[in-house]
Ligand binder design. Structure first.
Ligand SMILES: [Zn+2]
Length: 176
């Protein structure tokens, strides 16, 4: 007998939902329910559409994120869809300041300073450990998603002045 799971889009939690502030727990068991969550997260990310999604953005406080940059890259330099479980930044160098947005903070984008190059170790969806050396868009996406897993949002990395502007704009957006 074949059990079919129809992939489902999950609700994306929006700032200031407290689940976005929780530090997520390590994934200890890679099983079929985790695989279902990964499938749902991929569907949710594509439907949004977005280039990355962390598990706590759909209300699950686990160290898991998906990244798909293919819509932003040329065919020659396209990265495959990435599933990262229990990721860890091993090293970070340089710095770049580029615009970021977040599916949990709709209609807002601002420049954020990040490391230019990073090395990340994580597990894939089969549980196998791998390392990735990233720069450019991938480095930015990895840092953004790993921040999520630590309860950190990109607006936390803004200067105090820009943070204030964000808070005022956000209050206005909520009132509309
Ligand atoms: Zn985000």
């Amino acid at each position: 007998m074949v059990h079919m799971h129809s992939m489902a889009s999950r609700e994306i939690r929006i700032y200031p939902d407290p689940v976005l502030r929780n530090k997520t727990a390590r994934v200890e068991k890679i099983d079929s329910s985790l695989d279902r969550l990964i499938e749902d997260m991929i569907v949710t990310m594509h439907a949004a559409p977005g280039v990355g999604l962390a598990a706590n953005q759909v209300g699950v406080a686990l160290q898991l994120a998906v990244i798909d940059l293919s819509s932003r890259e040329n065919e020659e330099q396209r990265h495959p869809l990435l599933v990262i479980i229990n990721p860890e930044i091993l090293s970070a160098e340089g710095s770049v300041t580029e615009e970021e947005g977040c599916l949990s903070i709709p209609d807002y984008a601002e420049k954020v300073k990040r490391a230019a190059r990073i090395k990340v170790r994580a597990q894939d969806r089969t549980g196998k450990f791998f390392e990735v050396d990233a720069e450019g868009l991938l480095a930015k996406a990895l840092q953004h998603e790993i921040d999520h897993l630590n309860g950190v949002l990109f607006v936390d990395r803004l200067s105090p002045l820009k943070k204030n502007i964000f808070k005022r704009r956000y209050k206005k957006m909520k009132a509309e």
